[in-house]
Ligand binder design. Structure first.
Ligand code: WA2
Length: 281
């Protein structure tokens, strides 16, 4: 192969990869902004009004008709912060008890009865889901602090005031790896430079969105299909020594490889897109 052709192939692969990475990143950013707006909506109309102007039906309707604003998400939900001292009254009000998220092993054993979540043991505080988009209605009443990834996200979101992302993990009722984006909801207006302590104290709940990465990335890449087929992989490279594959099949070495950077808005997480031509030249 002449050097000229090799150079041209390299450039083509690079621009195709960058285009796809930018598209994915932009769509992620768009939905992240909208999830942030939902958190402010809950703050204003649920916590800011007496009585609240939002109930499950309102939340469900609103999130359904605005779903197109959140590309790549599979569902959004709102979890309330409940202290143990408030638990009994809360459960009475809701008419259900707070459930704990089953661990991987337990779900495997139960498999066919994923809905049989058990009542949560005593904790200092809980984050039961009270509102959900229809697509994730199976998480209503589950304490999101009882899942490792969700819990870490909740703690980081409320101390920082930023939208935060989990590392990839198997979402409930999904066979794919996904990520969760969380924004904390505060009970009062906080200055942008508020200290973590002040933020934690002012926290009243958590607005989260789940991303079923494989199906959503596949859909996006499909829209960009071209005559030159490329194979795309997306990785969480937060731990450089142990990257986690979020999208794609095992990489086959077909010669050229191009790596495009992905920025999903959480500086503590790193992501990359790897692209190769489908066939050797
Ligand atoms: N949403 C959907 N499926 C899940 C999940 C989740 N978390 N966790 C595991 N599977 C209400 O950060 C608060 C959403 C958590 C938000």
């Amino acid at each position: 192969l002449s050097e000229d052709i090799i150079l041209r192939r390299k450039e083509t692969l690079g621009s195709m990869c960058d285009e796809r990475a930018r598209m994915l990143q932009d769509q992620f950013n768009v939905s992240m902004n909208h999830v942030h707006a939902l958190a402010l909506l809950v703050s204003t109309f649920h916590h800011g009004k007496q009585p609240s102007a939002i109930d499950q039906k309102t939340f469900e309707d609103y999130t359904e008709i605005t779903a197109f604003e959140r590309p790549l998400t599979s569902g959004v939900a709102y979890a309330l912060r409940v202290r143990h001292s408030e638990r009994e009254e809360f459960e009475q009000q809701q008419g259900w008890s707070i459930k704990k998220m089953e661990t991987e092993d337990q779900t495997l054993v139960q498999d066919c009865s994923l809905e049989n979540f058990s009542t949560s043991p005593i904790q200092e505080e809980y984050a039961p889901v009270i509102f959900s988009q229809k697509t994730v209605s199976h998480i209503v009443s589950i304490d999101m602090m009882s899942g490792k990834e969700d819990r870490e996200n909740i703690l980081r979101a409320r101390a920082s005031g930023n939208g935060v992302l989990t590392s990839p993990f198997k979402l409930l009722k999904s066979n794919h790896l996904g990520v969760v984006l969380t924004f904390a909801v505060y009970n009062s207006h906080l200055p942008p430079d508020a200290m973590p302590e002040q933020r934690i104290n002012a926290t009243v709940g958590y607005l989260g969105a789940s991303y079923d990465v494989p199906s959503l990335v596949a859909k996006l890449l499909h829209q960009l299909a071209s005559k030159q087929n490329i194979v795309v992989n997306v990785y969480d490279t937060t731990n450089k020594l142990a990257p986690i594959k979020m999208y794609g099949t095992d990489e086959v070495d077909t010669g050229l490889l191009h790596i495009s950077n992905l920025d999903f808005g959480d500086p503590t997480r790193k992501h990359e897109m790897h692209c190769r031509f489908e066939q050797k030249p």
